[in-house]
Design a protein around this ligand. Structure first.
Ligand code: ARG
Length: 399
């Protein structure tokens, strides 16, 4: 058996290498992607090979992640249950496709991941594997192995000299990429507990953020962020910069009780400064340039799009169809949004666009008003006919 393992270097995937070798005499190749997490690839390589992997591959997928996954989700205004920018969810089909490509190259017959049996990630990985390469056998050791507790797993790790870094002091499970960080476990499992400061990795406490805040300007072209404060940068550079700036002001902390695909509710803490800022700015620009029907209709698709991502249906015809609409909807989403980041808040303070549908001469209550006030009378007469008819019926009904 030749296995490609989605490897993170954490306790589970480290133990998996050993376990697959013991149980199946498998040859295990560890596969990692750089998607913006603060890992050191050479340390990971050392650890993977030291733990028994026959080879280690790390692929830099940051730009692919931004272009093919993050930007479409931004353009779709995709926030799961109105809050979660889907950083972890979006990364799974990307990692799965890299894994499949490597499996083909290495002529491996099996792929493996370290997800548990009650999370969403197992679904996302496996749906992607089955869509892309149904011939590959899928192994999920954490779902199947004999360890009943974390302690038993750690004992096994110690027996085989696998370095264990999870300590009792910081018992959080953290998933990290450039679109955001997901944090769970420990004291967070009681949704009444306020998250302690030590769960947060990249944002300062809003309490400690500078009182005046900071004003930034983001420039979009057809729904893609292209400039920050007047400087042209790649979308990835903008995300990285906004993570830093937003983090300084405590922007992007999200505390959410969400519905998992497997039916349970879970409490998750997210840190996603760049995602929160870009979603806020992008949607604001859409408000300015879209007709009300366009805006409302497009927004009605956002829960669909976010569910597709959350449920692991990235590779589906429905997503492609929605992408077709969303791409066209971005034709006029060009312009600038000015925001004040202040004490954990991301406030829109200005917006402008060459394609703006805002007409000051129509909106003004001061001089220069060109709105025909007299026409309103006839408009209301006709628009209000249904109200007249229903009103008559209602009055009769009262008697
Ligand atoms: N609840 C999030 C999701 O399903 C994040 C899951 C991973 N979280 C973690 N702490 N490992 O997308």
């Amino acid at each position: 058996m030749k296995v490609i393992l989605a490897y993170s270097g954490g306790l589970d995937t480290s133990v998996i290498i050993r376990w697959l070798k013991e149980k199946f005499r498998a040859q295990v190749i560890a596969y990692t992607t750089n998607i913006g997490q603060p890992d050191n690839p050479s340390k990971l390589k050392e650890k993977a090979l030291g733990t028994g992997a026959s080879a280690f591959f790390c692929e830099d997928l940051r730009d692919k992640f931004v272009t093919e996954y993050i930007l479409p989700s931004l353009q779709a205004d995709a926030l799961y249950q109105e809050k979660y920018p889907l950083a972890t969810s979006l990364s799974r089909p990307l990692i799965a496709s890299g894994l499949v490509a490597l499996a083909r190259k290495e002529k491996a017959d099996t792929v493996a991941h370290g997800c548990t049996g009650k999370g969403n990630d197992q679904v996302r990985f496996e749906l992607a594997f089955r869509y892309l390469a149904p011939e590959l056998k899928i192994l999920a050791p954490v779902r199947e192995w004999e360890f009943r507790t974390r302690e038993e797993e750690m004992e096994y790790a110690q027996r085989y000299h696998i370095p264990v870094s999870t300590t009792k002091k910081k018992p959080y499970s953290i998933d990290w990429n450039l679109w955001g960080i997901s944090i769970e476990c420990g004291v967070l499992e009681d949704p009444w507990n306020e998250p302690p400061e030590d769960v947060f990795q990249i944002t300062v406490s809003p309490k400690k953020a500078p009182a005046k805040g900071e004003v930034i300007t983001i420039h979009f072209e057809k729904g893609i962020p292209v400039k920050l404060n007047g400087r042209t940068l790649s979308p990835r550079e903008i995300i990285e910069k906004l993570t830093e700036v937003g983090g300084r002001h405590g922007v992007g902390r999200i505390d959410l009780v969400e519905d998992r695909l497997v039916g349970i509710k879970s409490r998750e803490i997210y840190e996603a400064p760049a995602a929160v800022i870009l979603h806020t700015a992008h949607k604001e620009l859409e408000r300015l340039v879209m007709s009300r029907e366009m805006f409302d209709f497009k927004l009605s698709l956002a829960p669909w799009y976010s569910r597709i991502i959350y449920y692991g249906q990235w590779f589906s015809h429905l997503r492609e169809c929605l992408d077709g609409f969303i791409r066209e909807s971005q034709r006029y989403v060009s312009g600038e949004v000015r925001l004040r980041l202040i004490k954990g808040n991301c406030l829109v303070v200005g917006r402008r666009s060459p394609f703006s549908l805002y007409e000051e001469k129509l909106a003004t209550y001061s001089q220069g008003d060109i709105f025909d006030h007299t026409a309103a009378k006839g408009f209301i007469q006709i628009f209000g006919l249904p109200a007249v008819l229903e009103g008559e019926r209602w009055r009769k009904d009262q008697k």
